[in-house]
Design a protein around this ligand. Structure first.
Ligand code: SAM
Length: 305
């Protein structure tokens, strides 16, 4: 097992397994393969007659997942692609219906743990944040080019940062002197804007948390990708097929909730999770990331349902 795999625990695994109920022979899509924690278990349930399609925008994670899935009994096909393009990926793979579709949104531990990728506010690194290194714009490009108002809106709408205007103003003041190129410099500027010491351990939530989340979402086009996935999912799922989405904050969870609700009213989906499923006390104690996870699952209805 590589170092990246050691200690990696997929969130809400038991709940995902139970609610997505993969059957032998199923076509399973893991839209956010990551380190294949969920995919290994779902692929095993699909068995030798099943198919596992795994997508990730991060080529490093895709390689780790490939290694981890060598023993998977299903027909495994891994694709370096954005789940916003899932329909095209499936058509290229000649898949005309999906039984189970999972998206476990957000960043992977491998991305956060490498300061040189620029996702972490705890360690210094280049202000990059691209999950897919084929993308052209980095977080530094956004921070140094958007107008003050645009930056404030981005922090507010992507992460509900209530102090977005103060942060945006200070960024624009500081970048006049020098381009902002590193995570440590951005953290320092956020600290100045909020009049706090970002390295103090006093507050539970780091003052840069929301700004970093908002930037990461912008760099990787996370909202448009999720919107595209939700829009196309009913056309990709077979009747009886299931979709599960794990979200980590309200900006991700709300569109899932609203989409499922609207499809339910249109008799396209039935919802299996009236309230989102959250992690047990036990999981919350051992896996920090699980504390904010919310899983919603819906089933695609057929014409006769
Ligand atoms: C939270 S991790 C998934 C962890 C995975 N469920 C596991 O058990 O190992 C999210 C992964 O999704 C990828 N990702 C994020 N947005 C994506 C998108 N729009 N399309 C494809 N992959 C995406 C990230 O690169 C990351 O590897």
């Amino acid at each position: 097992m590589s170092d990246a795999l050691a200690g990696h625990t997929p969130v809400l695994l038991a709940e995902v397994v139970e609610l997505l109920a993969v059957q032998p022979g199923d076509v399973v899509v893991d839209a956010t393969l990551g380190l294949a924690g969920h995919a290994a278990v779902l692929g095993a349930a699909a068995g030798p007659t099943g198919t596992l399609i795994g997508l990730d925008v991060d080529s490093e994670n895709l390689s780790i997942a490939r290694e981890r899935l060598t023993d998977c009994p299903a027909d495994v096909r891994l694709v370096h692609a954005n789940f916003g393009e899932l329909a095209d990926v499936l058509s290229a793979e000649n898949i005309d219906g999906v039984d189970v579709l999972l998206a476990d949104l957000g960043v992977a531990s491998t991305q956060l743990d490498q300061p040189e990728r620029g996702f972490s506010y705890r360690e210094d690194g280049p202000l990059d944040m691209r999950m897919d290194t084929r993308l052209k714009k980095t977080a530094a490009d956004i921070i140094n080019s958007l107008r003050e108002r645009e930056l404030a809106d981005l922090f507010y709408y992507n992460a509900q940062e209530m102090k977005s205007r103060r942060i945006a103003r200070r960024i624009c003041e500081c970048r006049k002197a020098h381009r902002i190129n590193t995570t440590a410099r951005l953290v320092e500027i956020i600290g100045e804007a909020l009049h706090v010491n970002p390295n103090s351990r006093k507050s539970k939530i780091h003052p840069a948390t929301k700004t970093f989340q908002a930037l990461r979402m912008a760099v990787n086009g996370e909202v448009p990708a999720l919107t595209a996935l939700l829009k196309t999912a009913p056309d990709l799922l077979k009747p009886g097929g299931r979709i599960g989405v794990i979200a980590f904050h309200s900006v991700e969870d709300k569109p899932v909730k609203l989409d499922f609700r609207q499809r339910k009213n249109e008799r396209v989906y039935t919802i299996l999770t009236k309230k989102p499923v959250t992690a047990s006390e036990e999981e919350r104690a051992t896996n920090r990331r699980s504390r904010s996870a919310k899983l919603r699952v819906a089933v695609r209805l057929g014409n006769e349902d």
